[in-house]
Design a protein around this ligand. Structure first.
Ligand code: NAD
Length: 329
C-alpha cells in the first residue's frame, strides 16, 4: 500500500523506515486537515498522529481520494470520527499499547521535577549558586496518590507509586481486578479529588471526560494539590486551572498535554511570537511544568509504534481483521 504519513518528525521517518515492509511510505511534515487532505490523492492510506484531524468532512475527502485505511501511530483516537470512517468504508487502526511504562515514567518525571525542583537546581549550580533556599520538596512516601483511569498506563503508574511507598486510591468506570490485587483502593471520583495529595489523570478524552477537572473539581481538591496530566489536554479546563493557580489552590501542575497543543507542540517556535495567551499565562507560573506531549517518547515505544503500525497496515492490505481495529462501539 502507498501510505501518506502526516505530521512527520525526523524520528517517525527513522523508525518507520527501519521496519522491513513492501508498503511505500511518503512523509509529509504537514498536519492532516482540510487544507492538506488533497495531498492524499493517489494514496491507499494515511498514517496520522495525535494532532492530525480526521473529522467527517476530511473522511469524506479521504474516501473520494480512495483512502482505505487510517493508521494512527498512537493509542488515543479522539481526533478521528470513527462512525464517519465506518460509513465511508475506511478502516481505522491504532497502536493501543506501545509502552505504557514510557508514559507512566514520564508522569513520574513531572512529579519528581516539580517536587524536588531539579530543573531549578541544575540551572543554579551552573551559575555557582549552591543555595538550597526555595528548593524544599516533600516525600512521596506516605502520601496519597489518586489515579483517574486504571488502564494500561494508569496501572503502570500505580505500580511505581506503590514502589515509592505511597497509598494509591483510584477511580475508573470499570474496576480492574489486577489493580485491586496490587493494593489499589477504588473510590469515587469525588473521593479521589478530596483525599489525594497528588492526582494523575490516565483516562481517555471522551465527551464524558472533557473538562472533568473544572473549577468545581478544583474546589473539591486539597489545598496545594499536585495535578499531573499526561493523557489529553481537554481533560482539564485550562482557564479554571489558571484561576486555581492564581488563588494558590493548586500547589503544582505538571502537564504533558494541553488543550490547544496542536498549534504549538512538536514545532520549534523559539523565534516566533506565540499568539496563545493562555499557554503564556500557564508558563508564567513557577509551579507549572509543561512538556510537549513527549510521554510516549522512548526508543522502546517508537520501535513498537512503527512495528505495530506496519502490522496494522499489513492486515488491511491482506483484507484480514486487525486486533488493533478501532470500532465505533
Ligand atoms: P486504556 O484504554 O488502557 O485505559 C484507559 C482507562 O480509562 C480504562 O481503564 C477506562 O475504563 C478508563 N476510563 C474511561 N472513561 C473513564 C471515565 N469517564 N472516568 C474514569 N476512567 C475512565 O488507555 P491507556 O493506554 O492507559 O492510555 C490512557 C490515555 O493516555 C490515552 O487515552 C491517551 O489519551 C493518553 N496517552 C498519552 C500519551 C502521551 O504521550 N502523553 C501516550 C499514550 C497515551
Amino acid at each position: 500500500m502507498k501510505i501518506a504519513v502526516f505530521s512527520t518528525q525526523k524520528y517517525d521517518r527513522e523508525f518507520l523506515s527501519a521496519v522491513p515492509t513492501e508498503h511505500k511510505f511518503v512523509f509529509f511534515e504537514a498536519q492532516l486537515n482540510t487544507d492538506t487532505v488533497n495531498l492524499t490523492q493517489g494514496f491507499d492510506g494515511v498514517c496520522i498522529f495525535v494532532n492530525d484531524h480526521a473529522d467527517s468532512e476530511i473522511i469524506s475527502e479521504l474516501k473520494n481520494n480512495g483512502i482505505k485505511v487510517i493508521a494512527l501511530r498512537c493509542a488515543g483516537f479522539n481526533n478521528v470520527d470513527v462512525k464517519a470512517a465506518e460509513k465511508a468504508g475506511i478502516r481505522v487502526v491504532r497502536v493501543p499499547a506501545y509502552s505504557p511504562e514510557a508514559v507512566a515514567e514520564h508522569a513520574v518525571a513531572l512529579i519528581m521535577t516539580l517536587n524536588r525542583k531539579t530543573h531549578k537546581a541544575y540551572l543554579r549550580i551552573k551559575e555557582n549558586n549552591f543555595s538550597l533556599e526555595r528548593l524544599t520538596g516533600f516525600n512521596i512516601y506516605g502520601k496519597t496518590v489518586g489515579v483517574v483511569g486504571t488502564g494500561k498506563i494508569g496501572k503502570a503508574f500505580c505500580k511505581i507509586m506503590l514502589g515509592f511507598g505511597a497509598k494509591v486510591i483510584a477511580y475508573d468506570k470499570f474496576e480492574d481486578d489486577e489493580a485491586k490485587k496490587l493494593g489499589i483502593k477504588y473510590v469515587t471520583f469525588e473521593e479521589v479529588l478530596k483525599n489525594s495529595d497528588i492526582i494523575s489523570l490516565h483516562c481517555p478524552l471522551t465527551p464524558e471526560t472533557k473538562y472533568m477537572i473544572d473549577w468545581e473539581a478544583f474546589a473539591n481538591m486539597k489545598d496545594g494539590v499536585m495535578l499531573i496530566n499526561t493523557s489529553r489536554g481537554a481533560l482539564i479546563n485550562t482557564k479554571d486551572a489558571i484561576l486555581a493557580l492564581k488563588r494558590g489552590k493548586i500547589g503544582y501542575l505538571g502537564i504533558d498535554v494541553y488543550e490547544q497543543e496542536e498549534h504549538l507542540f512538536y514545532k520549534d517556535l523559539s523565534e516566533n511570537i506565540i499568539p496563545d495567551d493562555t499557554i503564556a499565562r500557564l508558563m508564567s507560573f513557577p509551579n507549572v511544568m509543561m512538556t510537549s506531549h513527549q510521554g510516549f517518547f522512548t526508543k522502546e515505544a517508537l520501535t513498537e509504534i512503527a512495528a505495530t503500525t506496519v502490522g496494522n497496515i499489513d492486515c488491511v492490505a491482506q483484507g484480514k481483521p486487525s486486533p488493533n481495529e478501532v470500532k465505533s462501539e
